[in-house]
Design a protein around this ligand. Structure first.
Ligand code: PMP
Length: 436
């Protein structure tokens, strides 16, 4: 039986020096947060010595779990000679070569320290390139916390507006009206309505920002005709298409764009490409990436960053990406299938409404049988979100860590047995949840 004394004590200390005792809202929990001590393979031990199987991997970033030998070697050898310098390093070239080779639409890249900054720079680049200010994004999709990117991301139904014209709703209080006015919100996967909205704004649009499988909008894959429409309409109006692969790069050897046959102008990356270290990247064709080029005078978009392309992230990123072989992807895919199949049976067995969305190693559990296609259907699914949060808590108590919204990510150190361990955690947790 688990005790949480040390986590509770640490939280008391934290409350004095951090608002709500917290510095990262995504890991906040009541009555207190849990504090990690160490990770091994696909397991994480907290400060009270409780061991759990980690089925989310720092919100999908740790595709190789903890203690991957090549990543450890890369980190050790780099730290010995310095964590970062006010100079470039060869490692940034190598990581770029690797990513360009894999991502069909990417000829050149630049690095940041987070996915948020990658999206921010892609938006700035699109505005600079087109000379326009409006950005279209899908309702409910999360793209980090840059003002324009976080609009209409987590607001309740009362603010949504008509589906024919979803409102541009602030996420952070105080978001300037000017920012809201520049965001065009489209419904995910609704080809007819989204196209109509985009056409009405066409000549003012700098870019459409899209994730092929937006987590917070349900982790439902984009319909091929939806993506095709976005590409067609952006081309017609001279707007750019930004594909946010911060989470979805892990869907295949050629990223989400390979899997979904997407042909974006800009791609944003993060998470797994840093091997567990902070990272973000913006990539695209050389022609659009030239807005960042400082070699011919002041660039259209100046982009620096004290820790951008720091060699710790680059070296560990190289190791992590190189370890993502076709065989590794096949393994991750199989783990995902085993989970999906198993958890479906468990929902049935326990007579609990539920389903799994996502692809391959990226999954999300929902506690509803209603069809999910976009943000509104996901959000509106009865008490779905609260029930999922209760399930996540029950799983945590049973030794399985998933995100509070049901997001899960499998990692290369996992074996079939680990998926079965996760499933037996679900078996016990579903019993608890079904009883309420
Ligand atoms: N885009 C997407 C699709 C994301 O899921 C996230 C983070 N979960 C971000 C951008 C922002 O990345 P970061 O947390 O590294 O700033």
């Amino acid at each position: 039986n688990k005790t949480n004394t040390k986590s509770a004590e640490l939280y008391e200390r934290a409350k004095r020096v951090m608002p709500g005792g917290n510095t990262r809202t995504t890991v906040f929990r009541t009555p207190h947060q849990f504090y990690a001590q160490r990770g091994d393979g696909c397991r994480i031990t907290d400060v009270d010595g409780n061991v759990r199987i980690d089925a989310v991997g720092n919100f999908t970033a740790l595709i190789h779990g903890y203690g991957n030998k090549r990543i450890l070697d890369a980190a050790r050898s780099q730290i010995e000679v310095g964590p970062c310098y006010g100079m470039s390093t060869e490692s940034e070239i190598r990581l770029s070569e690797l990513l360009c080779e894999r991502l069909p639409s990417v000829e050149q890249l630049r690095y940041t320290n987070s996915g948020t900054e990658a999206v921010m720079n892609a938006i700035k680049a699109a505005r600079a390139y087109t000379g326009r200010s409006k950005i279209a994004k899908c309702e409910g999709a999360y793209h980090g916390t840059y003002d324009p990117a976080e609009v209409s991301q987590d607001a309740g139904p009362s603010t949504w507006g008509d589906i024919e014209k979803p409102k541009s709703v602030p996420t952070a209080k105080g978001t300037p009206q000017g920012v809201l006015d520049d965001i065009v919100v489209i419904p995910f996967n609704n080809v007819t309505v989204a196209e109509k909205i985009l056409r009405a704004e066409g000549h003012a649009l700098a870019a459409v920002l899209v994730d092929v499988m937006p987590n917070r909008a349900g982790l439902v894959p984009a319909r091929p005709d939806f993506l095709a429409m976005l590409r067609r309409v952006t081309r017609e109006f001279g707007a750019l298409l930004i594909l946010d692969e911060v989470i979805t790069f892990r869907l295949g050897y050629n990223g989400a764009q390979g899997r979904f046959d997407a042909d974006p102008d800009f791609t944003t990356l993060g998470k797994v490409i840093g091997g567990g270290f902070p990272i973000g990247a913006i990539g695209g064709r050389a022609e659009v990436m030239s807005v960042f080029d400082p070699s011919k005078g002041a660039p259209a978009v100046p982009h620096g960053g004290t820790f951008s392309a720091n060699p710790m992230s680059m070296m560990c990123g190289i190791a992590a990406v190189e370890e993502l072989t076709p065989e590794a992807f096949e393994k991750l895919e199989n783990l995902g299938h085993r989970f999906e199949h198993g958890v479906r049976q468990l929902f049935q067995m326990h007579g609990v409404d539920g389903q799994v969305t996502g692809i391959g190693s990226l999954r999300r559990v929902h506690m509803t049988n209603a069809p999910l296609s976009d943000y509104r259907s996901t959000f509106a699914a009865a008490e779905g979100p609260q029930r999922v949060a209760a399930l996540a808590r029950a799983l945590f108590d049973e030794g399985v860590m998933i995100a509070g919204n049901g997001l899960m990510a499998f990692s290369t150190p996992m074996r079939k047995d680990d998926i079965d361990e996760i499933l037996s955690g679900f078996d016990r947790a579903l019993k608890t949840v079904a009883a309420h």
